[in-house]
Design a protein around this ligand. Structure first.
Ligand SMILES: [Zn+2]
Length: 306
């Protein structure tokens, strides 16, 4: 089984992208209408399809595929997935929409940033314009009075949306609340360039104000104590920003700043060995996430003239 029930009318599908478990998942809300949250990348669309079959979802009944943002690991596969779902429309931030219609530029930049990891995710296929619903706010009916509400949560990307579902009171944050490691029950920053700290913190305040019971991470899975986790994540971002800011002022290298983060962030001490030995996370989490803080600190310091 690659699917499991995690709440009322709510299911998780393990995508096992590139053969990796606990890396990326999609979610299915089975109400009067059927919603999928996150297509995942192109290479694991066959696993979304087999998960839907396990859940007895009829393809023609899927109304919406909501993607938190267009990065390959979240929305890269949506063009391919739509070929199976004749009636589904895609919910996406308006800034992501052009990249769904024509994914060429997105693919080139993903190859530059992610290197071999982009090949593991696979090249996105285009989405027909008429099948896209661009939104930054508003809500969609789920079941009876229940709704899926859209929240604009920028910072990780300039086009990250989160979704709140009122059936269970949980939130799908995309990458706005970090990466959750269920094996360790901890979260670490997902902050590749062009990460924007101020926007990320403001987004977390928006999510905290919703008082979510649980968070449904795209990486990876459901975690309880939603509000506390969001507050902890804010504090963690502030710690990383402090270390990166000092490191930039002192002209430290990426490796020096990374190692200081690993030694000062309790979560990172715990995760470091695991991340270093993980083919994908050693590239994305350790390298790119620290680089995002360095770039943001440089920009902030340039503005301050310090
Ligand atoms: Zn991601």
């Amino acid at each position: 089984m690659r699917s499991k029930q995690i709440g009322k009318n709510l299911f998780l599908i393990e995508l096992e992208t590139g053969g990796f478990k606990n890396l990326i998942c999609s979610y299915v809300i089975k109400g009067a209408k059927i919603f999928i949250v996150e297509s995942g990348p192109t290479s694991s669309v066959p696993n979304v399809v087999s998960g839907l079959k396990e859940l007895d979802v009829r393809f023609e009944d899927v109304q919406y595929v909501a993607i938190t943002h267009v990065h390959l690991d979240h929305g890269g596969g949506v063009g391919t997935l739509l070929k199976f779902l004749p009636n589904a429309k895609v919910i996406v931030h308006p800034r992501g929409m052009p990249h769904l219609i024509n994914p060429e530029r997105l693919w080139l930049s993903a190859q530059a940033v992610l290197g071999f990891v982009s090949e593991i995710f696979g090249k996105p296929e285009p989405v027909p314009k008429e099948r896209i619903i661009p939104v930054t706010e508003g809500s969609f009916d789920l079941n009876g009075d229940a709704k899926l509400t859209v929240i604009e949560t920028l910072g990780h990307a300039s086009h990250n949306l989160s979704f709140h579902e009122s059936l269970n009171g949980g939130v799908f944050p995309g990458d706005a609340a970090g990466t959750y490691f269920p094996e360790f029950d901890v979260v670490m920053p997902t902050s590749p360039p062009p990460f924007r700290l101020e926007a990320a913190l403001a987004s977390l305040d928006k999510l905290i104000s919703l008082n979510p019971t649980a968070l449904y991470y795209s990486h990876f899975g459901k975690a309880s104590n939603g509000v506390q986790r969001l507050k902890d994540y804010k504090a963690q971002l502030q710690l990383w920003a402090k270390i990166a800011g000092e490191g930039v002022r002192e002209n430290q290298s990426l490796e020096e700043i990374r190692d200081r983060i690993i030694s000062e962030d309790k979560v990172m001490c715990q995760l470091a060995d695991y991340l270093k030995s993980h083919i994908i996370y050693s590239k994305t989490a350790l390298g790119n996430s620290v680089q995002g803080f360095i770039d943001d600190a440089k920009q902030t310091q340039a503005k301050e003239g310090s």
